[in-house]
Design a protein around this ligand. Sequence first.
Ligand code: ADP
Ligand code: ADP
Ligand code: ZN
Length: 230
Amino acid sequence: MTRGIYFAGHNAIEEEPNMKIIMLGAPGAGKGTQAKKIAAKYNIPHIATGDIFRANLKEGTELGKKAKEYMDQGLLVPDELVVDIVVDRLKKLETGYVLDGFPRTIPQAEAHTAILKKVGKKMDYVLEINVPDENIIKRMSGRRVCLNCGASYHLEYNPPKTENVCDECGNELVLRIDDAAETVKKRLQIYHDQTQPLIDFYSGTGVLRTVDGTLEIEEVFQNIVKILGE
Ligand code: ADP
Ligand code: ADP
Ligand code: ZN
């Protein structure tokens, strides 16, 4: 099968469904916003562990209930609950993917590297979206999300076309419980302690790229597209 093998330069990459990308960045850095745009442009699935947990919670599954105990407090869900779900999804995939919110700890990153190794594949890019903590708190208070499709909006920076209604699927938009300012501060602390070490983990492998996440959504995306077209 030759699907996805094109050699005609930058534009051809748009038809390349094999790109494997990890989004890294603090909560609220814009990982989900950019991952959705990447997924649409490069025709790859967007896998967001937070969305998976929230969907499970909505459906009332055991996993959803367990995850909620951690999520509402701004804590990470234990690795053993996260890794199996992601491994399971990736095993079924024949295309590339954009991972958003995973890995978040060194053991998760090691588990992910091990799956890739097993099938003889490697990451293409780890995109770090860099946003200082000061900007994050303001972003989170204005964030509104769709629990049906995972789209996220901002009251000021990225409002939906109709107030409180998802542009993508028409569902109602909500404020996440864990986006309360106190919980956001805790999540930022956990990000620095447990997730930021992944920057070192990946920087030695040559796939890490950092983008300035304080620019406007469309500008950040254009910078990402430039990187992915390298
Ligand atoms: P954000 O978009 O703010 O970065 P996510 O939607 O990715 O947040 O995740 C929300 C919450 O879900 C996290 O605070 C954490 O409790 C849980 N979670 C999501 N992904 C993971 C993961 N890979 N490991 C542990 N917990 C996770
Ligand atoms: P993450 O997935 O990293 O937690 P989101 O993509 O959900 O982050 O974005 C967090 C909030 O910030 C959302 O309300 C989103 O609309 C908004 N946002 C995302 N990117 C930008 C940006 N470049 N400038 C301003 N606001 C942004
Ligand atoms: Zn939606």
